[in-house]
Design a protein around this ligand. Structure first.
Ligand SMILES: C[S@@+](CC[C@H](N)C(=O)[O-])C[C@H]1O[C@@H](n2cnc3c(N)ncnc32)[C@H](O)[C@@H]1O
Length: 536
């Protein structure tokens, strides 16, 4: 029998929060809670030789449950970002200074900032004093709003190094994180960092750190930082959350995270029910990339070869996201959806040839890379406000790219966002055909989300929201045109309500979404009650 945490006597009660500690009585559980509440989490850290430390559930975790809330241990601007405030992380706008456009600058160290309040903030105080006492002044000036400034790469490492004195415990937990410095050191970026970051810390600021430690800290930031953004996209920075950073990657993750409050506390949410003993996973890359692209991205940024179930499956869970039609079989007649696909002969080997499942025709993997890259460039160049360009892309390549190919999915994602939201394409302005197209696209994307980001992922929640909005508009039009009866309309609205309720469950925790979602539910409930079918 396990021992009680308090008195070491035999214990038969467990803590319900983590299921990891035991007590002999309710009284002893209460006594221990004052301390235990800081460690009570439904997971523990385990270790494997191949993947390092990772988080494992110590009890069953419910879908939607918040698994962890954590404040950032360190934060700072992203390497080579556009001008952002060093205090509140806001993207900066220039102002008129002596008849030229420039940013507001900190009066002591000359870094671009929002204004006096940010200049005097505690997060900037120590670095500012250090720079100004060493006569260092930032030389960043406004050139154009999208100019990336390499100088920003020094701030987050500097803040991490300063923790060694101001918060040794925090510094120690940061410095023990995975870095992959031995691999990063030979890259072009790190040869630049060797020159400017190390020179800045050692020679300019005269801090007592050696080159190895400085580059290790930079590597730790590159391996473990979260890309934090405010919901409106105006604030963006990187931050390390030391516990969340222990989460390993999976291309079909079972968690998602959001940032809460002014201090961007990270909240980790279970997107699917997670059983005791299962690994908690996040995605370090984009779920809608194909296996070739995801694995390449993961290796070049995080230095590991992903071998998750999705990566191992040449069909990517039957989505065939990375596949194309076989060019030989495509020549024959037949329904487009039935055409044979090319799949990788060994998905965990990026150089393995791709083969047609029907005729055995093979192509080199580098041809797949080239083809993908050329079409990706086409997609990236497209005007986000011109849906017809995306429709043309889908049609032009419909003999090569099937309906769920990742490039087609990217185009459809753009279309889902344009139809119903963009100027000239609001739901009420859409023609019946475009409204139908939006519903069709939402259904197709939902099918992919169900397989690749199932459960309460933000992706699924957003599609459900878009879909129900379009369906309500369709019902309204059909009813007004006498195409459906009142009870038919009510039935359809009920269907929309089910979708909306699920979207609400998934998205209500997202900052700034709760009220808008409640309004939508209220609107639809009223509509169902009256069935006068009036939608704004
Ligand atoms: C943010 S850290 C995660 C915690 C890390 N395992 C540790 O021990 O500190 C990212 C690193 O973990 C490892 N890692 C994460 N997911 C992995 C996976 N699915 N397979 C192998 N290694 C993985 C890689 O070394 C990666 O660079």
């Amino acid at each position: 029998m396990p021992a009680c945490e308090v008195c070491q006597q035999p214990a038969n009660q467990t803590c319900g929060g983590c299921k990891s500690v035991f007590y002999c009585s309710r009284n002893h559980q209460k006594t221990a809670w004052r301390e235990h509440k800081f460690q009570c989490r439904p997971f523990e850290i385990q270790f494997s030789n191949t993947a390092g430390r990772y988080l494992v559930a110590t009890r069953d975790i419910k879908q939607g449950e918040i698994i962890l809330r954590e404040k950032a241990a360190v934060s700072g601007p992203r390497t080579a970002c556009t001008a952002h405030c060093l205090s509140c992380n806001k993207k900066l706008e220039p102002m008129n200074v002596d008849e030229t456009l420039d940013y507001y600058k900190c009066s002591a160290c000359n870094w671009p900032m929002c204004g006096l309040k940010c200049e005097k903030s505690s997060v900037h105080k120590e670095e500012c004093m250090l720079m100004s006492s060493n006569n260092y002044k930032s030389t960043i000036t406004y050139k154009n709003p999208e100019k990336a400034e390499a100088a920003y790469c020094v701030i987050a490492p500097l803040r991490t190094l300063l923790l060694k004195t101001s918060n040794p415990e925090q510094y120690n937990s940061l410095i023990s994180l995975e870095s992959h410095v031995e691999k990063r050191i030979n890259t072009q970026l790190y040869s630049i960092l060797k020159n400017n970051l190390v020179t800045f810390i050692v020679q300019v600021l005269k801090l007592p750190f050696d080159e190895d430690t400085i580059l290790k800290v930079a590597s730790i930031l590159d391996t473990n930082s979260f890309d934090v953004r405010s919901p409106d996209g105006v604030r963006r920075f990187r931050a390390i959350y030391t516990t969340a950073a222990m989460m390993n990657h999976n291309c079909t993750p079972n968690t998602r995270h959001i940032y809460l409050g002014d201090d961007y506390t990270l909240a980790l949410i279970a997107t699917v029910p997670i059983s005791k003993g299962e690994t908690l996973t996040a995605t370090y890359t984009q779920v809608l990339l194909s296996t070739l692209d995801r694995r390449k991205h993961l290796y070049t940024t995080k230095y590991f070869h992903c071998d998750c179930d999705r990566c191992k499956d040449e069909t990517e869970f039957d989505t065939y996201l990375g596949s194309i039609y076989c060019s030989l079989c495509a020549r024959g007649a037949g329904a487009v959806e039935k055409k044979p696909m090319m799949v990788s002969t060994d998905p965990l080997n990026e150089t393995a040839p791709w083969k047609c499942g029907s005729c055995g025709h093979c192509v080199e993997s580098r041809q797949m890379f080239w083809g993908n890259n050329a079409l990706k460039q086409d997609l990236n160049k497209m005007n986000k406000k011109r849906p017809e360009d995306y429709e043309t892309f889908i049609k032009t390549y419909s003999h090569t790219l099937h309906q769920k190919n990742h490039l087609v999915v990217q185009a459809k994602l753009a279309l889902m966002q344009i139809y119903g939201s963009y100027e000239g394409y609001s739901l009420s302005e859409l023609s019946d055909e475009l409204l139908e197209r939006k519903v069709e696209i939402c259904h197709e994307l939902l099918e992919i989300a169900d397989k690749l980001e199932p459960g309460w992922s933000k992706f699924r929640g957003s599609i459900l929201l878009e879909l129900q909005g379009a369906m309500v508009m369709q019902t309204k039009r059909d009813f007004e045109a006498d195409k459906i009866t009142k009870s038919g309309a009510q039935e359809q609205l009920m269907e929309s309500m089910v979708l909306l309720q699920e979207a609400v469950n998934i998205l209500k925790i997202e900052p700034h979404m709760k009220e808008a979602l409640e309004e939508k539910v209220q609107e639809l409930s009223t509509l169902m009650e009256t069935t006068s079918i009036e939608v704004s």
